[in-house]
Design a protein around this ligand. Structure first.
Ligand SMILES: [Zn+2]
Ligand SMILES: [Zn+2]
Ligand SMILES: [Zn+2]
Ligand SMILES: [Zn+2]
Length: 389
């Protein structure tokens, strides 16, 4: 009888257990198997996490439950180019700016071209000999070529400066009346890489010993005037040159081109030379005494012509030789210069010293004369003008 009771009891329990819970199953997830929310009964196994690899945007992450582990990876950077900044190849994050293009200079066949992305700018170089009848007729005159106008100065009528159009018609005439007492004046436009403008420097020797520098735009409109005195004896010519760390020092010829005044080319204001470093740099440089002509070029080079006629060429800012030739000009606005190894045959170079055109003309001396123009003096003392764009 007892046995029967026990059995019945067990049966009741089994029935109770089986029949009394109407299971409510929830799906398995990463941590738990299928599970009854009422009685906690479990079936099968937990699914386990499904890890997605860490990236630079997120750490290792379970795609099901979003659990993360560890940290994000570093970006996979692709270095900046001239078309895109430094970019992560995985998440496309960017950092910094795009690089400047690395230009190959224009040649006669190809325009200026970026060696990285192939972008081109402008046109291939053209080099043409230009005839200017009015220049051939104008004896003892100096010409400087600006984009729209030609500035002419005749050594017989200092300090008059004529502004001509490209057919030789006079647009304007500037008489520097400060010079009437016999002072010396000159328009040293070609010495100064002013943007489309020129300068006249005057000294009123006999009257008030004042010195004048006037800057004009290419049509002869006055941009800026400076009047000042300098305690310098026996002044003759004033030279204004682009030579020193983006400043224009003013020189006197009798002073062996000793720089005296410094002008900021952007504001055209006289600046304290002690702030520039540049002028002092030349005063103290021993090599400076051997140089008759010195131009600043693009911040990196100086163009120099040696006093003893031994050559002309390019130096660094400290006047250490970079490249010297028998004859050379400074670079025009597009970065080209005429050079000659033998003093007779002239090559055109770009300002990385690549020869762009070899032996294209002969002469005995070459000069830079404006934004695009050079001239070469031949053995009969005739000037041959070349437009290089
Ligand atoms: Zn249950
Ligand atoms: Zn998970
Ligand atoms: Zn990334
Ligand atoms: Zn590029």
């Amino acid at each position: 009888m007892k046995k029967i009771f026990v059995f019945a009891n067990m049966l009741i329990m089994v029935l109770f257990l089986a029949g009394c819970c109407k299971h409510e199953w929830v799906d398995a997830d990463c941590d738990t198997p299928i599970r009854c929310t009422k009685c906690g009964k479990e079936k099968g196994q937990a699914l386990g996490h499904e890890w997605a690899d860490a990236t630079c945007a997120a750490p290792q992450t379970c795609t099901r439950c979003g659990l993360t582990m560890g940290t994000t990876l570093p970006h996979t950077w692709v270095e900046a180019t001239c078309t895109a900044p430094k970019t992560c190849s995985v998440c496309n994050a960017t950092e910094g700016d795009i690089l400047p293009h690395e230009w190959n200079y224009a040649t006669f066949d190809t325009p200026k071209t970026c060696k990285n992305c192939g972008l081109t700018e402008g046109e291939p170089i053209t080099l043409t000999e230009v005839q200017f009848d009015f220049i051939d007729k104008a004896r003892n005159s100096y010409f400087f070529f600006l984009p729209d106008t030609i500035i002419m100065e005749n050594s017989n009528e200092f300090p008059t400066v004529h502004i001509l159009d490209y057919d030789g018609n006079e647009i304007k005439k500037i008489n520097d009346d400060k010079d009437k007492n016999g002072g010396c004046s000159t328009a040293y436009s070609w010495d100064v890489n002013l943007d489309n403008s020129f300068a006249i420097c005057t000294t009123d020797i006999d009257k008030d010993k004042n010195h004048y520098i006037r800057f004009y735009d290419e049509y002869g409109e006055l941009l800026k005037e400076h009047t000042f005195t300098l305690n310098v004896p026996n002044v003759d010519y004033l030279y204004l040159r682009t030579s020193s760390l983006n400043h224009y020092p003013l020189f006197y010829s009798q002073m062996s081109l000793r720089p005296l005044v410094c002008i900021d080319p952007k504001t055209l204001e006289i600046v304290d030379e002690s702030e520039t470093g540049g002028v002092q740099e030349y005063k103290n440089n021993k090599k400076f005494k051997d140089i008759t002509v010195l131009y600043h070029i693009d911040g990196d080079y100086r163009f120099v012509r040696m006093k003893d006629n031994s050559g002309a060429g390019y130096t660094d800012c400290e006047l250490n030789e970079i490249k010297m030739y028998k004859d050379a000009t400074n670079f025009n606005i597009r970065g080209y210069a005429l050079v000659s190894e033998d003093g007779e045959n002239y090559d055109l170079i770009d300002n990385a010293f690549n020869v762009v055109a070899k032996g294209f003309t002969q002469g005995k001396k070459a000069y830079f004369c404006g934004d695009y123009y050079f001239y070469v003096i031949d053995s009969e003392n005739k000037r041959h003008y070349f437009c290089v764009k």
